[in-house]
Design a protein around this ligand. Structure first.
Ligand code: NDP
Length: 311
């Protein structure tokens, strides 16, 4: 006896959308929330580019709404984290961190991505003592203080602007001579008087006796005009992109060199294992937007329904 026709792993926009579509297709899905219920959007501030919210909506509110909608249409949303899978034969078996095993006729993997770190030993040393990868979670602790954000993309700019609304000053440490963020986000960041952008800078280490008190930075490393100096900061925020959460599935599903799932056809959701589908950021190295994640969750659920009815 199988536990469900369709198991959804992950609770971001892809996972919830897949659960909504699977429920409405009478697949009685079980959704496993993962380590971060609601996914990455629970760590963001206002979302202005998700259609249907003319005045924007906060990330946590949007995810609460999606969860409620999935529950309302019948999805069985459960806490837990997947630690092992067996996709050798159907029913597929998925083991959770509490040791329980769920058997499913089809599986949708929508496990998202996690924040990347620079790889400095000091990031580990000062984790929770000044080092963070989530401005929305930890910004509160830096009111009227000085912080640095690393990265030049939309996340870094968004976090720098958010922190600037709380902190006395924000350094934005960017390794290139330009920002990669969208034009609107660049303009907002460069116009913010509390943000000082340090272009062509890298961080070599952090220092401090009681938590982070400063960072060792280098300007134009390896060039004739290279300069090394320290900046005094109380908090160090990483915003340099994400790593897809695909490790548990790598034995069965194809990934690229970064770890993003590589779907086998233009559906973008089918994998080499029939009945196992992927959706959202874990399979999307290019767009990584909530609306795309939601759309791929829809496609995965529709393909799961088609697979099960053909079976
Ligand atoms: P991105 O991959 O877009 O940007 C990562 C940034 O970090 C780049 O500036 C990159 O530098 C820098 N970086 C990477 N590794 C290092 C390193 N080792 N040392 C120093 N700097 C480093 O990631 P984001 O998280 O910013 O964005 C992901 C996606 O989500 C994007 O498509 C973005 O547009 C989208 N997004 C949209 C938002 C919105 O619309 N509201 C909000 C947030 C994200 P380099 O440029 O040199 O590679």
């Amino acid at each position: 006896m199988n536990d469900t026709k369709c198991l959804v792993i992950g609770s971001g926009p892809a996972g919830y959308t897949a659960a909504i579509y699977a429920s409405r297709a009478n697949l009685s899905p079980i959704l496993i929330e993962g380590l971060q219920p609601g996914g990455q959007l629970t760590q963001t501030t206002v979302i202005e580019n998700f259609p249907g919210f003319p005045h924007g909506i906060t990330g946590p509110e949007l995810m609460d709404n999606m969860r409620q909608q999935a529950v309302n249409v019948g999805a069985d949303v459960r806490p837990g984290n997947v630690v092992e899978v067996d996709f050798e034969e159907t029913p597929y078996k998925v083991t959770l961190d509490d040791g329980s095993v769920i058997k499913a006729d089809s599986v949708i993997v929508a496990t998202g991505a996690a924040a990347k770190y620079l790889g400095l030993p000091d990031e580990i040393k000062y984790q929770g003592m000044g080092v963070s990868a989530c401005a929305t979670c930890d910004g509160f602790f830096y009111r009227k203080k000085v912080v640095a954000v690393v990265g030049g993309g939309d996340t870094a700019c968004e976090e720098a602007n958010y922190l600037a609304s709380l902190a006395a000053k924000v350094y934005l440490i960017v390794r290139k001579p330009y920002l990669r963020a969208s034009k609107a986000m660049q303009d907002r960041t460069l116009a913010n008087p509390k943000i000082e952008v340090l272009f062509e800078h890298n961080t070599e280490g952090l220092f401090g006796d009681n938590g982070v008190e400063g960072a060792h930075v280098v300007y134009r490393k390896g060039e004739a005009d290279e300069k090394r100096y320290d900046i005094a900061i109380d908090g160090f925020f990483l915003a340099i992109g994400h790593k897809p959460n695909s490790d548990v599935f790598k034995k069965y599903l194809k990934t690229d060199e970064t770890g993003y799932f590589v779907p086998v056809d233009a559906s973008g959701v089918k994998t080499v294992v029939p009945g196992v589908f992927v959706a959202g950021d874990v399979a999307d190295p290019h767009y990584r937007q909530a609306i795309n994640a939601a759309a791929s969750g829809c496609r995965a659920a529709m393909e799961a329904e088609r697979y099960l009815s053909n079976k």
